[in-house]
Structures are given as structure tokens and as C-alpha cells.
Design a protein around this ligand. Structure first.
Ligand code: KE4
Length: 425
């Protein structure tokens, strides 16, 4: 039932907020629909202002791995917020969260907390440049690392979806040190190192891409990247803003056996509150101000309320160890989705890693940006709209990731499969 409140909320928002949203992909433009406005959420459910209830597979783009309004997190946050919300002075909870991250990710000896994934990436890149004295950064076509100027060069996620591979407002000079490579194509990277070897400060990669849809990097590719960076004295930056504590407790590094020099985190480590982090070897991290000379700062960095939510989240993940069960449940769910799409004769490919996955409407394998782009985005829009009508909320873009939480039960997945069977594609 779609009454007028969603529509009215959107037109009111458009009067005072560009596009009516505070982040482009929320506008539902690429799925040809008007956005819904959320009143509240609990567990796997979203409730919009029209009174509709949806099963949520976007989970605020990843953070809500323990479900919305998780009681344990809420209890800790309520206690924290009653002691004040921000001091701009160090607190011991910041040390506690940093320590949890250091203990969880072997390659991380020190951590700087910030307020978003974009800030984490911005800091990691500046730190890599300051540490190596070099300017160039290799990123991958279709990779999205937040909206800092020098990363908006053929970005993925919103920019990719909006068909603007690089954004107006980014001066050419800001982008000229960003070199683009093809994901999973080591020969391409080798050629770039041959061309720019002693100029490359770092390679930044999502070890499991989430912003051109889910695309895992091949283990051999990541191992070769590690070797190339060692040989050329460049740093390897893993952007684990999505994958951090999503596919395993820590990141993907343990699973794939490749260690990054710097790791960017966000989303889950804040439990739904604004947060980001960059971590790595002490010898590199110590170059950050005030210990070193690479400047970085933030009024709300390490905010005690956000950090408390992060600690509660990681503590729950560390004790519940949900990852194997989440992976099993997600694999089974993807198999069921595929069976129904086969029954409907709809060409598709599903990429799944842990509890994140994407249904690409294409009949080719999806291993990089070009193959992801063979997807039929009109079909995706139809799928999104029909599933929304069936009270299932999916990411409003073909080039994003779906997520399961620990609150998604077999009954929720069964209802979703029934909804998929009922729609016309
Ligand atoms: P934030 O600044 O949005 O916290 O993080 C930027 C970022 C960095 N690195 C990766 C791998 C990311 O996926 C992101 C942000 N992800 C998008 C969705 N894929 C956020 C959603 C949005 O832009 O509204």
C-alpha cells in the first residue's frame, strides 16, 4: 500500500535538499522509482512513512550486520550518550576499539579513527604518499573509495550508477596522479608499474569489490599485487570499508592470505553510527600527526558514542562467531534465487562472498567492471520495483551489494523467495 506520505516527504525534501537525499544512490534514480522514507527499523524490517514493512537486504549499505535497532548496541549507546556525546578530548573507549581492530587484523598494529569511510581512504592515501614521498596511486576501474576528489576517477557505486565515471568539480590536476587499472588483470597492473614504477605510492583495492556489484578479486591476483608492491616499494591499501568484519571477524586478509600495508574500515565498526578507520604497520601509522608529520584531524573522530556502538558490535561478532552460518545461509539463498530466475528464463549471474552478494542480470561471468556493465539495468530496475511492491527492499542499484544479517531467518528468506516467484520479470 503506497499512500501519499512517501511522495509528500520526497517533494518536501526536494525543496531543501539537492535531489531530496543526502547521498545520491538513495534517490532510486537508477531503478526509476521515487524513494521511500523510513520511519523506523527493527531487526530485518524497515517501516516506511506509509506504514509499509519491508525485509531489508541493503542494511544501510552494510553496517547493520546484527540487524536494525539491536538491543545490545542500543543499551550500550544509551549509557554512553547519558555521559555526554562529544568531548573532543581522548577517551579510553577509543583505545578499546582500536585494540579490538588491532587484535582482529594481523597486518594492523595501529589505528586512527575517523568519521567516515571516505575520510579513512583520504587519510590512507595521504599517509601512503607522505610515507613513500611518491604521488601516484593505482585504483581499479569500478572501484569506489568514497567521494574524495582524487578517488572520483571512473568511480563505482553512485558515480558508476549515475553514469558519471568522473565527477565535474574535480580539477584535472587533482585526478592526474590517479591511475586506472582493470580489476583482476595483473598484466595490466604490471604494465603500469613498468611505466610509473618509482612514482607509485600505493595501489588501493577493494579485495572484494562491492561497488560494481559484488566481485571477488582472484587470490592469485591479490598475491601478485602484493609481490608487485614489495618489488616497487609501493604500499598496498585494502579498502575494507564494506568487507571489514562483514566476511570474517577482521577482514578478508586472513581468508585470502594476503596482508595489506594499510587497511581502510568503516560501516560495521560503527554499528550504524558515523565512523571510519585506517590501520596498518606502526612504522607507517606513526607518520600520522602528531607523532609524525602527515596531517590528519577531525572534530568528531573517535566520538565516544559511535565508538561505543562499534565496540558493542565487534564484541557481539567476536562472541557469536556468525560468519560460517551467515555464509551457509547466503549460499543457500543465492541458490534458491537462481533456481527461481532459471524457472522464469531470466539470464543472471550471482556473485556471493560470505553474507554479501549481487544478482547481475547478464549471462556472462562478472569478474570486472566491463563484465558487470553487460548487466541489463532495465531488468534490474523492474526486479527492484516489483520486489519493493512485494515488501522486499533491495539495494536501489544493480551495482551494489545485498547483505544478510544475523537476524535474517529461514522464514524471512522463504518469504523473499515466494515474493520473487510471484513477480513478473
Ligand atoms: P562513506 O564515506 O560512505 O562512509 O564510505 C565510502 C566508501 C569507501 N569505500 C568503500 C569500499 C565503500 O563502499 C564506501 C561507501 N559505500 C557506499 C555504498 N556502496 C555508501 C553508500 C552511499 O554512497 O550512499
Amino acid at each position: 500500500m503506497r499512500t501519499q506520505k512517501n511522495a509528500r516527504s520526497f517533494s518536501n525534501a526536494c525543496k531543501v535538499i539537492p535531489g531530496g537525499v543526502n547521498s545520491p544512490v538513495r534517490a532510486f534514480k537508477s531503478v526509476g522509482a521515487a524513494p521511500i522514507f523510513i520511519d523506523r527499523a527493527k531487526g530485518v524490517y524497515l517501516y516506511d512513512v506509509d506504514g509499509n514493512r519491508y525485509i531489508d537486504y541493503c542494511l544501510s549499505w552494510g553496517p547493520m550486520i546484527l540487524g536494525h535497532a539491536n538491543n545490545v548496541i542500543l543499551a550500550d549507546v544509551k549509557k554512553a550518550i547519558s555521559r555526554g556525546s562529544s568531548y573532543g578530548i581522548p577517551t579510553t573507549v577509543e583505545t578499546d576499539l582500536a585494540k579490538m581492530i588491532v587484535d582482529a587484523i594481523e597486518s594492523v598494529q595501529k589505528v586512527r579513527l575517523v568519521s567516515s569511510g571516505t575520510e579513512a581512504v583520504m587519510t590512507a592515501v595521504r599517509l601512503a604518499r607522505g610515507t613513500t614521498g611518491r604521488d601516484k596511486i593505482i585504483k581499479f576501474i569500478g572501484g569506489y573509495h568514497g567521494h574524495v576528489d582524487h578517488m572520483l576517477v571512473s568511480a563505482g557505486s553512485g558515480a558508476l550508477t549515475l553514469g558519471a565515471p568522473s565527477s565535474p568539480g574535480v580539477p584535472k590536476d587533482f585526478a592526474k596522479h590517479t591511475i586506472l587499472a582493470n580489476y583482476n588483470d595483473i598484466d595490466n597492473v604490471k604494465k603500469l608499474f613498468e611505466k610509473y614504477s618509482d612514482q607509485i605510492a600505493a595501489v588501493i583495492i577493494e579485495p572484494v569489490a562491492g561497488n560494481m556489484g559484488v566481485i571477488p578479486a582472484k587470490k592469485s591476483f591479490l598475491k601478485s599485487l602484493r609481490t608487485l608492491c614489495n618489488k616497487n616499494k609501493s604500499l598496498l591499501i585494502f579498502d575494507e570499508v564494506i568487507t571489514g568484519f562483514r566476511v570474517d571477524y577482521g577482514g578478508v586478509q586472513k581468508k585470502i592470505g594476503v596482508k595489506a600495508d594499510l587497511t581502510c574500515l568503516g560501516k560495521i565498526i560503527g554499528g550504524g553510527f558515523p565512523i571510519g578507520a585506517v590501520g596498518g604497520k606502526a612504522s607507517i601509522m606513526n607518520n600520522l600527526s602528531p607523532q609524525g608529520s602527515v596531517y590528519q584531524a577531525g572534530t568528531l573522530s573517535g566520538n565516544p558514542v559511535c565508538v561505543t556502538a562499534g565496540i558493542a558490535t565487534l564484541r557481539a561478532l567476536r562472541s557469536q562467531k556468525p560468519y560460517a552460518a551467515l555464509e551457509r545461509r547466503t549460499k543457500k539463498f543465492c541458490k534458491q534465487i537462481s533456481e527461481v530466475l532459471d524457472e522464469k528464463g531470466v539470464a543472471h549471474t550471482i556473485n556471493q562472498v560470505g553474507s554479501m552478494f549481487t544478482v547481475f542480470f547478464t549471462d556472462s561471468d562478472v569478474t570486472d567492471f566491463d563484465s558487470a556493465f553487460t548487466s541489463n539495468t532495465k531488468m534490474y530496475a523492474k526486479y527492484f520495483q516489483q520486489m519493493l511492491k512485494a515488501d522486499i527492499y533491495l539495494p536501489p542499484s544493480q551495482f551494489e551489494a545485498n547483505f544478510l544479517s544475523t537476524k535474517h531467518t529461514d522464514a524471512h528468506l522463504k518469504k523473499t523467495i515466494e515474493a520473487l516467484r510471484s513477480i513478473k520479470l
